[in-house]
Design a protein around this ligand. Structure first.
Ligand SMILES: NC(=O)c1ccc[n+]([C@@H]2O[C@H](COP(=O)([O-])OP(=O)(O)OC[C@H]3O[C@@H](n4cnc5c(N)ncnc54)[C@H](OP(=O)(O)O)[C@@H]3O)[C@@H](O)[C@H]2O)c1
Length: 245
């Protein structure tokens, strides 16, 4: 029986690379994207490589879109084995810069996608995840969300001034801890991952400077999506191992 894995924001960037990596294990990946045509195109590209991929229209900020997506996967597969909460935005990268500390519009938009979106998708798909023999939930976070890292003057990210994004990833990490406690008596495991600084379009200009390809970065998502039965739940990892909360 093929593993059924759903990746949000999988039409491009890290999500697409993670979906491809998971599909290469023989899994069926659901390319979830808010743009139907873009999700379809990316799923078709994986199918053309001989991988198992399907498209799903899913806007993580929309209650009705998530409900429809859950119903659709329930109809198609009756369960979900892997959920990767990857969809994310960093509007501070393009905001005007006219702020004392934080741009409220950017804060609200960032939380709506990165935090409420991940929570909404998780809450919606949990009944299908519980039908799996041992589901895995991967929350794509960032070392930028680590409170230890944020307050460490030695951190290379110390001066990085994106407070809404950092707070959103700290909140995602809190969701990981809370969910792992809620699921402690179940076979479902949840992990926060930091993919590193990746060559994507998350922040304009970053693609050129970032050292890590999406394919390389996808390795930590794949590891969390395929955690063995005896692995701990509720951890925060990057490709080198545990990350400080
Ligand atoms: N790049 C990095 O260096 C880095 C580092 C640490 C963590 N991350 C995290 O990695 C994840 C993926 O980011 P990326 O670097 O691959 O950025 P990206 O290339 O900008 O991709 C973001 C993806 O999220 C999707 N998305 C945005 N809002 C959505 C919504 N409301 N519903 C569904 N999908 C939505 C986008 O879809 P559209 O195509 O429709 O816009 C796109 O597929 C994010 O959570 C990000 O915070 C990235």
């Amino acid at each position: 029986m093929s593993t059924i894995a759903l990746v949000t924001g999988a039409n491009r960037g890290l999500g697409l690379a993670a979906a491809a990596a998971i599909a290469r294990t023989g899994a069926t990946v659901i390319i979830a994207g808010r743009d139907e045509a873009a999700a379809r195109e990316s799923a078709d590209a994986l199918v053309a490589q001989g991988l198992r991929a399907e498209a799903l229209t899913l806007d993580v900020t929309s209650v009705s879109s998530v409900a429809a997506g859950v119903a659709e996967i329930g109809r198609r597969h009756g369960r979900l084995d892997v959920l990767v909460n990857n969809a994310g935005i960093l509007p501070e990268a393009t905001a005007s810069g006219d702020r004392e500390f934080i741009d409220m519009a950017a804060l609200i938009a960032t939380f709506e996608t990165n935090v409420f979106g991940a929570a909404r998708v998780t809450e919606g798909f949990l009944p299908l995840l519980r039908r799996s023999e041992g589901a895995r939930i991967v929350n794509v976070s960032s070392t930028m969300g680590s409170l230890s890292d944020q307050s460490d003057p030695e951190s290379p990210f110390y001066a990085s001034d994106v407070p809404a994004y950092r707070a959103s990833k700290a909140a995602v990490n809190s969701l990981t801890i809370g969910l792992s406690k809620k699921l402690a008596d179940s076979p479902v495991k949840v992990t926060s991952v930091c993919p590193g600084w990746v060559q994507t379009d998350l922040a304009p200009g970053n693609r050129e400077q970032a050292p890590t390809t999406p394919e390389d970065a996808a390795r930590v998502i794949l590891a969390a999506a395929t955690l063995p039965e005896d692995a701990p739940s509720g951890t925060f990892i990057d490709v080198d191992g545990p990350v400080r909360w």
